[in-house]
Every structure is written in structure tokens, then in C-alpha cells.
Design a protein around this ligand. Structure first.
Ligand code: FAD
Ligand code: DLZ
Ligand code: SF4
Length: 518
């Protein structure tokens, strides 16, 4: 009797899962199983993604599919323009199941709640089982985060991070103590910009035919998309991303720490790594990135404050925000404890504003699908916080405009860290700052029509009155916060008349903002 060939397993890989070490590939039978990858409009349009983000992901997906094919896997790759493309991930899974009659479907857990819900629902629509496997690229599983969080009165990244350092043996000495005798060297990393700072050249890659085809596709299909498509010099393969990582470790990491919070006009990158888009899409593994940074320190090629500061962002913040996301979703996305309801002003999309600091952050965003952390937190995020912008609208903007943006990482950073809309679950105090902070930490104010030293009057920096008005509005919530000493003593010392002027100035700024005059 002829032996019936075994049914294939359909193995689904999403656009931000471009890693060969995922469990979904681990036990694949190259002779019979099929890998499904699909470019679909549903994912490319659920927010108004930056065109560079779409191009980066499609090109990286096509290159990854090519590498799988070369390694002997059978890949069913659906292109955006393919005639039968149903334009949704569920649709493409259903179509593949119809065509291939697999024994089962497996997929790695998606990074966004909405997609995991869709896959849960798809289970009931498919004639075969669908299994959702854990995403093993992360260094802290859902179970491990839950075990750490359980029973704690409040969750703080710093304690989570120490646990992660111990668990993964990163920057830990033989006796179990942290390297250098301290867990955190953040105090050394807050220097303002200095004229001695240098910014090494960045790696750029020649575009191959795959990338040129994708750029052409994105130009045609996303003509109204946000941002500029070219020049385009993202790494789109693991090999290229590794080159960019090595370049960072060798030439940039040593200076990563000292001026980590600084901002310099005309310098979009400073000494940041630009690795988030690659780590989040799966081209780099977070652990290997941390290990390379530690090796640089141990070999005397990078100071400890730089290596520790860098590792803390990935091993600490990155894993922590993911833990918060999955623990508190879906309720988390709806939080708005400060009752902020101001619609997102058009300047966030157009980039047009008289405020030099905001203009610069928007310009980097539009041009590079990138702005560094301090611009996201202390410029565009800080403004959104003190102007009382609606968290859902701000969240949608951040999710759209950056090449590294996926909800699991973007939402806690926006809603929790920048907007304090979760009431302090993620960060114990609001990152609100006046023009004085921006003047100290950047060069922006020198080229601005506004004056950071002025709170009321024609050239008053909008960050000043909006900052005080924000503090005043939320006095009941923040007056007792031990991490914000002197705020209300300073405000009270201004006296009634001055306070009234400041409030009135804040209202004028908001009116100007709504009318596109700010
Ligand atoms: P570096 O400064 O070189 O840092 C090294 C790495 O640490 C990054 O590549 C990233 O993987 C990790 N990292 C640093 N800070 C954080 C953080 N707060 N949370 C998680 N990981 C971190 N990061 C994203 O990856 N995607 C987002 O969508 C995103 N949205 C943000 C929105 C807001 C409002 C804020 C304040 C921050 C957001 N961040 C986001 C965090 C951070 O700003 C970016 O990770 C960082 O700017 C990426 O640039 P880089 O690779 O040059 O980072
Ligand atoms: C962001 C994105 C885009 C723009 N396009 C696709 C796509 O066409 N196909 C796909 O599989 N994934 C895409 N993605 C990434 C998904 O949106 C991502 O997997 C979810 O946001 C979960 O993190
Ligand atoms: Fe920004 Fe105010 Fe400085 Fe202008 S003066 S760059 S608005 S902080």
C-alpha cells in the first residue's frame, strides 16, 4: 500500500519575527512543512505608518524569506501586489490552510494585543488547530515577569533590572556583586551637550534589487504615507544589522553614556545606537547585543557607565515595558488618569511649528522615522503631557511614525513614561519639564523665536507657562510626590497675580496651538 505523505505544518512568521532561532522554526520538517509570510494592507495601514517603516519591514521580510529558501525551507511568500492577496493576516492563513490542508498551524505570539485577539478568534474559524508559541527572543517570559511582579506594592524598573542582571549574569562579578560595585551609573550619564562631543559616521548600505523593488512598491502604494522614503539606508538583513551593531560597539558605545540625555541641533543620532528597529524586527537578538556591550567593557574598550547604561535600556527598560504591556492590557490602552482630552495638533504630522525644539524632533521623525529617546520623552512627549493632549491620539502618533514602533514597546513608553496616563504605574513621577530643562540639555533655544527664560509675554517659551499650568491643574495628585520637591513652593511664591498671568498665557499658547500658530 502506498504510504500517505504526512500533512505539512503551516508555520507563520510575522513581519517583526525575522529571527531564525524562533521555536516556530525549531522542529520544522524542511521536506514537508511550509513557512507563511505575507505583506498585507491590514498591517500596513492600521495606523498611518511612516513609509520608511513599511519599506524597511517589507525589504527585511523579503530578504528573510530568501534566506529561509536558501536554507532549504519551503516558503509561501505573499507580496502586497499579488492578485489573490486577501490583505489580512487571518485571510492569508485561511487561504493557505485551504490550499495546503496542513495538519496544524503554528505562530509565534504577536507583539500586539489586537493581533493576538485576532489569532485567538481565528482558532474557531480554522478547520485545524492553531497554536500560539511563546516569543523566546525576549529575556523575560510572561511567567517570569508575573512571578517578579506578584505581591509587590509597586513595580519599579530598577528592581526588575537588578533581578534581570542576576538572572542573565550580565555585568555581575564572580562574588555576585554588580560590576563597579553599583547597579546603576545613570548619575554619570546626564551631562549637557559639550563642544567636545563627536559623532562618528554611521554605516550605510547599498540598496540591492529587493530593496529597490520595495521602495518602488511603497512609493506607488503609499503615496499619501507619512514621512520621506528616501534616502533609505536601513540594514535589511541580519548580516547588515550585525555590521551596524559591531560599528556601534567599536566606535560609538564608548561615548554612549556621558551625554545620553543631551540634544544637539542638527544631530539626529548623537551617540545612540539606532538598533531598536533591528532588535524589534528580529534581525538582532537582545541578549547578543547586551553581551557584546559587556565584552567591550571587560576588554577595556568601553567605560562601565556606557556599557551599563546601554545594557540597562535593553535588559531593563525594554523587557520591563513589555512585561507591563502584557500584564495590564487591554485596560492599559484606555487609561487617562490626568483626563487629558486635547486633540493632537496638526504640527505633529506636518512638522510645522515655531518652537525650534519641536521642529527639530519632528524633522528627524519625518526624515528618518527616528528620533532619539530624549527627543521622544522630553520634547514631543513632554509637550503632549503639559499641553494635555489626548493619550490615545498621542499613542497612535508614536505607533505610526517610528521604524521601531510596535504596541508592546510603544504604548507603555507613551502612555506610562511620557504622559503619566497610567497614574504612575510605570514611572513614579511625570517627566514634565519647562523650557529651562531644554535650554540646559540642548542647543535648540539658541535658534528659537521663543525665549526659554521668559514665562509670560510675547516671546515666552510655551514650555514655561504650560509646565506651570500643568502642575497647577494636577496639584492634588502631585503635591505629595517626594520626587518633586520645591515645585509647589516655587509656584506658591509667584503669588496670585503672577499665577493668573501664567494661566492666561498657557490658555493663549493652547489657542495658538489649535490654530497652528505656535
Ligand atoms: P539607544 O538610546 O541606543 O538605546 C539602546 C536600546 O535600548 C534601544 O535600541 C532599545 O532597544 C532599548 N531602549 C532604550 N530605551 C528604551 C525604552 N524606554 N523602552 C524600551 N526599549 C528601550 N522604543 C521602541 O523600541 N519602540 C517604540 O515604539 C518606542 N516608542 C517610544 C515612545 C516614547 C514616547 C518614548 C519616550 C520612548 C519610546 N521608545 C520606543 C524607547 C526609546 O526612545 C527607543 O527605544 C530609542 O530611542 C531607540 O533608539 P536607539 O536604538 O538609538 O536607542
Ligand atoms: C508593522 C507591519 C507592517 C507595516 N506590515 C506587516 C505585514 O505586511 N505583514 C506582517 O506580517 N507584519 C507586518 N507588520 C508587523 C505586524 O504589524 C506586527 O507583527 C504586529 O504589529 C505585532 O507586533
Ligand atoms: Fe523649545 Fe522653548 Fe527652547 Fe524654543 S525656547 S527651543 S520652544 S524650549
Amino acid at each position: 500500500m502506498p504510504v500517505e505523505p504526512s500533512k505539512p505544518v503551516l508555520r507563520v512568521i510575522l513581519g517583526d519575527q525575522l529571527s531564525s532561532r524562533l521555536p516556530v522554526l525549531a522542529d520544522a520538517d524542511k521536506a514537508s512543512d511550509v513557512i507563511l509570510m505575507a505583506e498585507v494592507m491590514a498591517e500596513a495601514t492600521y495606523v498611518r505608518h511612516h513609509v520608511k517603516k513599511i519599506a524597511f519591514l517589507f525589504s527585511a521580510m523579503r530578504h528573510f524569506a530568501q534566506a529561509l529558501d536558501a536554507a532549504g525551507f519551503t516558503v509561501r511568500y505573499v507580496r502586497l501586489d499579488d492578485a489573490d492577496n486577501s490583505q489580512s493576516l487571518e485571510g492569508e492563513i485561511q487561504r493557505a490552510v485551504g490550499d495546503l490542508s496542513p495538519a496544524r498551524v503554528i505562530v509565534t505570539e504577536p507583539g500586539e494585543w489586537r493581533l493576538r485577539e485576532q489569532f485567538e478568534a481565528l482558532r474557531f474559524a480554522l478547520p485545524v488547530p492553531l497554536d500560539i508559541l511563546p516569543d523566546t527572543r525576549f529575556l523575560c517570559s510572561h511567567q517570569a515577569f508575573a512571578a517578579w511582579a506578584e505581591g509587590r506594592r509597586e513595580l519599579r524598573m530598577e528592581y526588575f533590572y537588578r533581578q534581570m542582571r542576576r538572572d542573565h549574569g550580565l555585568l555581575i562579578e564572580a562574588d555576585g556583586s554588580p560590576s563597579g560595585g553599583r547597579w546603576n551609573f545613570d548619575k554619570d550619564n546626564r551631562q549637557p551637550p559639550s563642544k567636545h562631543m563627536t559623532f562618528p559616521r554611521r554605516v550605510s548600505f547599498r540598496k540591492d534589487q529587493i530593496t529597490l523593488d520595495v521602495l518602488d512598491l511603497v512609493r506607488r502604494r503609499f503615496a499619501d504615507g507619512f514621512g520621506t522614503l528616501e534616502p533609505f539606508h536601513f540594514a535589511v538583513t541580519r548580516r547588515q544589522a550585525l555590521r551596524e551593531l559591531d560599528h556601534f560597539i567599536d566606535h560609538i558605545l564608548p561615548a554612549f553614556g556621558d551625554h545620553q540625555d543631551a540634544m544637539v541641533a542638527g544631530e539626529p543620532y548623537l551617540n545612540h545606537s539606532l538598533l531598536s528597529a533591528y532588535i524589534n524586527a528580529g534581525l538582532l537578538y537582545p541578549l547578543e547585543v547586551c553581551q557584546k556591550a559587556e565584552a567591550a567593557y571587560r576588554q577595556g574598550r568601553a567605560p562601565l557607565n556606557a556599557a551599563e547604561g546601554f545594557i540597562r535600556q535593553i535588559l531593563g527598560w525594554r523587557e520591563y515595558v513589555r512585561g507591563i504591556y502584557w500584564r495590564f492590557m487591554p485596560d492599559y490602552a484606555r487609561r487617562n488618569v490626568l483626563a487629558a482630552h486635547e486633540p493632537l495638533p496638526w504640527m505633529y504630522w506636518s512638522g510645522e511649528t515655531r518652537m525650534a525644539c519641536m521642529r527639530e524632533a519632528f524633522a528627524h521623525t519625518i526624515e528618518h522615522a527616528y528620533s532619539h529617546h530624549i527627543q521622544r520623552l522630553m520634547i514631543t512627549g513632554n509637550f503632549a503631557l503639559i499641553a494635555g493632549l489626548d493619550p490615545a491620539a498621542v499613542h497612535e502618533w508614536y505607533l505610526a511614525v517610528y521604524a521601531d514602533a510596535y504596541e508592546w514597546v510603544e504604548l507603555p513608553n507613551t502612555l506610562g513614561m511620557a504622559l503619566h496616563a497610567d497614574g504612575g504605574l510605570l514611572a513614579s513621577k511625570p517627566y514634565a519639564a519647562s523650557g529651562n530643562y531644554i535650554r540646559r540639555m540642548s542647543h535648540y533655544c539658541q535658534g528659537c523665536v521663543y525665549d526659554p527664560a521668559v514665562a509670560v509675554g510675547e516671546n515666552a517659551c510655551p514650555f514655561n507657562a504650560l509646565y506651570w499650568d500643568f502642575m497647577d491643574r494636577h496639584r492634588d495628585r502631585f503635591a505629595g510626590n517626594a520626587r518633586m520637591p520645591f515645585v509647589y513652593t516655587t509656584w506658591d511664591r509667584m503669588g496670585d497675580d503672577r499665577q493668573a498671568q501664567v494661566r492666561s498665557q498657557a490658555r493663549q499658547h493652547l489657542a495658538a496651538m489649535r490654530e497652528g500658530r505656535l
